[in-house]
Structure formats: structure tokens, C-alpha cells
Write a protein that binds this ligand. Structure first.
Ligand SMILES: Nc1ncnc2c1ncn2[C@@H]1O[C@H](COP(=O)(O)OP(=O)(O)O)[C@@H](O)[C@H]1O
Ligand SMILES: O=P(O)(O)O[C@H]1O[C@H](CO)[C@@H](O[C@H]2O[C@H](CO)[C@@H](O)[C@H](O)[C@H]2O)[C@H](O)[C@H]1O
Length: 448
């Protein structure tokens, strides 16, 4: 396959691109954040290329697959004659042909020189080719903070600088306003302390505006909800924290409703029937891709219809969109909520739409179920306690009580489990039995 360069690249010789094409073709599909897993690649094209310094290229690469599917990815490449031992795990390969023959191409996000340069750019707002760097101007970002690449399971890639800031680089790039910059900025203007506020960010103008990364304060010493859930010896000891987490979710929902008022563009009314139709459409699409889901389809549709039958629902509003235990950090005694990106596989415009707050509540309930599986057999009761405490905490702060809207919450849990089925099938097939077990249970419950 030939990798094709954009016509207006002036920063680096286009023939270099042909050199790295074969390497990226093998490397991209192996990455956790690559969304086209299992779909044969038909083309790779560079939509933007910027030389950050000689030997370090910032690329946006479009990967096309058979059919209409394609995705644009952010990649930072280093090119070097030799690499120190600590950078060997980052090697992508050595081009066999072309001007880069014999040189080593590597993932430069592992290279402190490259990631240090990114921070310097963010500290001094301005342009580099099509890239634009901006900052809020209120927070001091010291020079020379030591970068460290996070190695956790992620949809994107994050770097921690001096344990003071964290930079999230969006791997799958979509054009338009990015909710992970838009929402925390709006919440911070609203005075909401539950969400770390963006300090600096960068975006590209080429071929269209797209947010590429956001720097925010690093909550040193905070523990994520997933680790806490796996470490807590009993449901009893997590109940109080789960209650507080419910309160935190409701507080953020209230702040979101204030920050994105009803007449804001992008907000539409939504109806219970429309919701059931949208959920059914997602179910059908997923069942086409994950055939083991197909036998549950009729019963799951009934779950959606049951929610549509109830006319009184909490109003749609902007929500988190992908709330789970990995997105909440216990910072001292206070829960903080991160990652407002929404479900990574959905189009950006869809993720920015108003949705039912029940969806976030359902996301967290699903997460207790995941944690119960991860803890091992016999943790159903543990999950129930966490669930009850979380719902009680939410109801304490929110203007509606999810325990009085069981059909709605169940429909969202089901829709969320369907999303998880596709997510796991694509990214982590070993985890697929977890949402599949929930699907079987929810389908069975629909009989009663
Ligand atoms: N402000 C922060 N302070 C401390 N840790 C953070 C912060 N933001 C993110 N993290 C850590 O980084 C991980 C990944 O961040 P996240 O925004 O969820 O990325 P992704 O969308 O790629 O999953 C989180 O699970 C959390 O452990
Ligand atoms: O990368 P993100 O955090 O934005 O979210 C994606 O990946 C998550 C897994 O890392 C995935 O969450 C699912 O697995 C979690 C356990 O690892 C579990 O707590 C969640 O409830 C479950 O949805 C998330 O769905 C996906 O969007």
C-alpha cells in the first residue's frame, strides 16, 4: 500500500511518508486506541504533517477500510539513527527502502524530548504549521516539568508532567468542538470544582479544526473508582463512598444543566418514543456485528418499549456520556469526574447532544457489575449494595429519583450494555462475556 502525502506539505519531504507507510500499516492496528480492528486496511493517507523539530513529526493519518469506514489518528513519530535502550519498546520499525532506510522510526510519545517540546509549545501559545497552541493564562505552568507516559488501559494517550499536569492526546481525531475541552471549560466557568479545568490545549486547522490535546491539573494521590472497587474488602465499606459518588454525579448533572441551558444550540427535545427507536437501531446495528447478540434482540426491544410507555422522565440535558468507575477519582474525600469525551465510537455531534441523565446513572450501575465480575464469583450482593448506595446518593442531590424510574434506568443499562458488547468485541474480546452476561440477565428480566 502506498501512503499518500497532502499536496501542501512543505515541512518534511513527502518521500519520507512512503518510507514509513509499511511500518504504520503494521503498527496502527495493534494499538489499543485503533478503532478499525479486524477491518482490513485499504489505504493510509496523511491529512496533516508537522515537523516539531528535525527528527520528530506530528502526523494525522487517515486509515480507510473496505466499505465506508475510516478513522483519523494522531501520531507522533521520532526518526533516529540509534535509540537508547529505554526507547526500544517504542520502536515501530526500520524502513527497508527510501531516504529513511536504516533509520529507526519510533512512537515519539515515549521520548521525553518530544513530549517536553509539546509542553513547551503549550506554555508558549502560538502556531506550528497547522497546529495551534492555547492556554487559559490563569494557571502557571512551570518550564522543564519531567514527562511520564501513563501506561494504563486507555482510549487515548496521556502524559503526566512533574506530577502537576496531565496532557491527554486524543488518538482518534474528529472534526469539530471536542466535548472533553468544551464541557470541563464550561463547568469551570460555572464554578464547578468536581471537574479539573483545562489549563492549555492544542488543535489543528488542517484539514479542518479538530482538538488534539488538553492539559489539566494532575490530581496527585487520587485513586480511581475502579481500583477502589476492586480493593474494597466488602460492599459495606464501599457503600459510603458509592453514596458520595452518587451525590457527585448529581451535582455535576446540575452544573451541566446550568452551563448548557435549554436554549443552547445542539439541544433538542427528545421523546420517549424516539429514545426507544434510537436504542433499537443501535441494538440492530450491534447485532449485525456481534452475532451472539441476535437471539436477545426481541426481549431487549421490549425493555426499550417499557421505558417509552412512561411519559414522565427527567429532562434531557448535556451529560458525561461514558460514565464508569475509571472516570471518577477520589481526591482526598471528594469525588472528581474526568473524561467528558463521551462514547469514543460515536460521532462528535452525537456525543454533544442532550441525553437523559439516566444514561450516566446507568453507566455507573453497569460499572459496579463489571467490578463484581472482576472481583470474582459471588459478588452479586456486593454490586447490589454499591448500586443501592449510589442511587440513594444521587437521589439526595438530584431533582429526580432514579429509583422511581426503573424502566428508564433499565433501558439505559441495556443500551449501555449493548455499547459495551461492541466495545469489548472490538477492543478487548476477553471482556465480552461481562456485558453479554448482563444482556442475558436483562433479557430474562423483561419476561417478568
Ligand atoms: N486530572 C487527572 N488527575 C489524575 N489522574 C488523571 C487525571 N485525568 C486522567 N487521569 C488518569 O488517566 C486515566 C486516563 O484518563 P482518561 O481521561 O479517562 O483517558 P481515556 O479517555 O484515554 O480513557 C484515568 O483513568 C486516570 O487514572
Ligand atoms: O477509554 P474510556 O475510559 O473513555 O472508556 C472506554 O473504555 C472503558 C474500559 O477501559 C470501557 O469501560 C468498560 O470497562 C470498564 C472496566 O474496565 C467498566 O468499569 C465500565 O463500566 C465498562 O463500560 C468504556 O465503556 C469505554 O468507552
Amino acid at each position: 500500500m502506498l501512503i499518500t502525502a497532502p499536496h501542501d506539505v512543505s515541512l518534511s519531504p513527502p518521500q519520507h511518508l512512503a518510507s514509513v507507510a509499511g511500518l504504520l500499516e503494521g503498527w496502527l492496528p495493534e494499538q489499543r486506541w485503533f478503532a478499525g480492528k479486524g477491518l482490513p486496511l485499504t489505504d493510509l493517507s496523511v491529512v496533516s504533517l508537522t515537523e516539531l523539530y528535525p527528527g520528530c513529526l506530528h502526523l494525522l493519518v487517515r486509515a480507510s477500510h473496505a466499505g465506508a469506514h475510516s478513522g483519523c489518528y494522531q501520531v507522533l513519530l521520532g526518526v533516529s539513527e540509534g535509540l537508547p535502550a529505554r526507547l526500544r519498546p517504542a520502536v515501530i520499525g526500520r524502513p527497508a527502502v527510501g531516504p529513511l532506510r536504516g533509520l529507526t522510526v519510533y512512537d515519539a510519545l515515549h521520548d521525553p524530548r518530544a513530549t517536553g517540546t509539546l509542553l513547551e509549545r503549550l506554555r508558549a501559545p502560538g502556531a506550528a504549521g497547522p497546529l495551534r497552541f492555547e492556554r487559559d493564562g490563569r494557571t502557571d505552568v512551570p518550564a522543564g516539568l519531567r514527562p511520564r507516559l501513563l501506561d494504563g488501559e486507555q482510549s487515548n494517550t496521556s502524559l503526566v508532567y512533574g506530577d502537576a499536569f496531565i496532557l491527554k492526546l486524543f488518538r482518534r481525531v474528529q472534526y469539530g468542538v471536542h466535548p472533553d475541552l468544551e464541557v470541563p471549560s464550561a463547568l469551570s466557568r460555572d464554578g464547578c470544582a468536581r471537574v479539573p479545568a483545562p489549563v492549555a490545549w492544542f488543535w489543528t486547522t488542517e484539514p479542518r479544526r479538530a482538538t488534539l490535546g488538553v492539559l489539566q491539573p494532575f490530581l496527585r494521590g487520587a485513586t480511581d473508582g475502579w481500583s477502589l472497587a476492586l480493593d474494597s474488602p466488602t460492599g459495606e465499606d464501599l457503600a459510603e463512598t458509592a453514596f458520595e459518588l452518587g451525590r457527585a454525579t448529581a451535582e455535576v448533572h446540575l452544573a451541566l444543566a446550568r452551563a448548557f441551558p435549554p436554549d443552547e444550540p445542539g439541544r433538542d427535545a427528545g421523546s420517549a418514543d424516539g429514545l426507544a427507536a434510537a436504542m433499537s437501531a443501535r441494538l440492530d446495528a450491534t447485532a449485525r456485528q456481534v452475532p451472539e447478540l441476535a437471539r436477545h434482540v426481541p426481549r431487549l426491544r421490549a425493555v426499550y418499549q417499557a421505558a417509552a410507555g412512561h411519559r414522565s422522565h427527567p429532562a434531557d440535558q448535556r451529560i458525561h456520556g461514558d460514565l464508569h468507575l475509571g472516570q471518577v477519582l477520589l481526591d482526598g474525600r471528594r469525588w472528581r469526574i474526568i473524561d467528558f469525551e463521551g462514547e469514543p465510537s460515536r460521532p462528535l455531534a452525537e456525543r454533544r447532544r442532550v441525553q437523559s441523565p439516566a444514561r450516566d446513572v446507568a453507566g455507573m450501575l453497569r460499572s459496579f457489575d463489571y467490578a463484581a465480575h472482576a472481583r470474582g464469583p459471588g459478588h452479586t450482593e456486593w454490586a447490589r449494595r454499591c448500586r443501592d448506595a449510589y442511587l440513594a446518593g444521587y437521589a439526595r442531590e438530584a431533582p429526580w429519583d432514579p429509583r422511581e424510574h426503573t424502566a428508564l434506568v433499565r433501558a439505559h443499562e441495556t443500551d449501555r450494555a449493548v455499547y459495551e458488547v461492541l466495545y469489548e468485541a472490538r477492543h478487548r474480546p476477553d471482556w465480552l462475556p461481562v456485558p453479554m452476561a448482563a444482556i442475558a440477565r436483562l433479557a430474562e428480566e423483561s419476561r417478568s
